[in-house]
Design a protein around this ligand. Sequence first.
Ligand SMILES: [Fe+2]
Length: 246
Amino acid sequence: MNDTTDDVDLGRRKVVLAGLGGAAAAILAACGRGGGANDTTAAAQTGPTTTTGAAPASTTPTTAATATTATTGTTATTATTTSLAPTPTCADDDDVTPAQTEGPYFKPNSPERTNIRADAGGTKLLLTGTVVTTACKPVARALVDFWQADNGGNYDNSGFLFRGHQFTDAQGRYSLETVVPGLYPGRTRHIHVKVQAPGGRILTSQLYFPGEARNASDGIYNKELEVTIRDTADGRSAAYGFVLDA
Ligand SMILES: [Fe+2]
C-alpha cells in the first residue's frame, strides 16, 4: 500500500473555504485520489448516521451535528482525559489543527464505535484527547472518524477493520482503542482522521508518532500533528487535542 503519490500537503493553517462548492459527487470521485482535505460536502461521505452502505451524498452531515452546540458545557478549562495531556494545548489557541490530505483509503459510512481493532494483532494503542475551538471551548458531539493501516501496514478496503467514527462527549473528549499502525512503503507511521464540529466543516488530517525514523523523510509528516505517547502495561497510550476553527 502506498499513497505517497496521492498525498499532497494541503496546508498547515486554517483551511480556506474558497473553492468548496464542488458537488458531493466530485468529492466522492476525489475520494480515491486523495481528495480535498477539508470541505462541507465531505460530511455527507462520512455519513455517521447512515449504515445502509449507500453513499449518502445528499444527506446533511448528521442530526447530532446540529443539535448540541448551544447546549453544551462552555467551561473554558481544558478538558483533560487521561494522564497524558493532549497536544497541542489550548494555549496554542490560535493554532487550528493542520489539515492534511485524506489519502486514497478513506471510506464513507464507517461504523460508529470506539474500538476499531477488534481482535486484530498488534501493539494495543489507546488514543484519547479532546476537540476544542480556538476559544478553548470543548466541542461536544463532534464527529471524529478514524481510519488507519493494521499492524502489517495494510488498509481494509473491503471491510471496516481499523475504521470507525465516534462523537465527543459533553467535555469534547474522544477515546479510541486501536493498535499502533504498521508501516507501509513511502509513509511514516500515521493515523488518518476527520473531525467535524456539529454543523461545521470537516477537518481532514493525520496524526503522527514522535521518534519515528521515517518522520524526517515523509513529505506529508507534520510535527504539529504528533501525539504524545507512552508505554502502558498492555501497549501504548497516546493523546492528541484537536483545535477547530469553530
Ligand atoms: Fe495512510
